[in-house]
Design a protein around this ligand. Sequence first.
Ligand SMILES: [Zn+2]
Length: 154
Amino acid sequence: MINPALTSLYILIVLFVIFYLNKDKLKEIFIKLNKYGGGKYVKICPKCGSLKIRTDFSNPVVWAYGTAVKYRCDSCGYLALIFPEVLKNEINHYKKGLKKRLEESGIKGKKEELADASTGFFVGVWEVIIFIILALIFLILLTISVYFKPSLLG
Ligand SMILES: [Zn+2]
């Protein structure tokens, strides 16, 4: 006689192992989908946190020789070759960090900090999703087994 509760537990363990073995591959796909899923990255001013970034054509050399285009912040006038790009749903997170850094010291934020923060965020989300899926599967299997085998309760 097969114990439904035990069977569901075995299925859960097998599923978890499958997920765990393919963790890196799945994570990669997940990150790619977020990255290329419709231009979710936006340029943000590292000085004031404004999103109004324009391509600066004030330099006539750009037109004549096609040298690297500069970007200009509309709010504070900050001019740079490279502006940090942040995911749309991470703008608030970035702004918070920017404000904190400015309060602590007058030094501009490092690029490495940005990259680390975004990676950690997505790994965290991924883990939460896996946990929720596994928890749901377990609950469904448990409900089914209890429903079909009421004798288990007694
Ligand atoms: Zn600015």
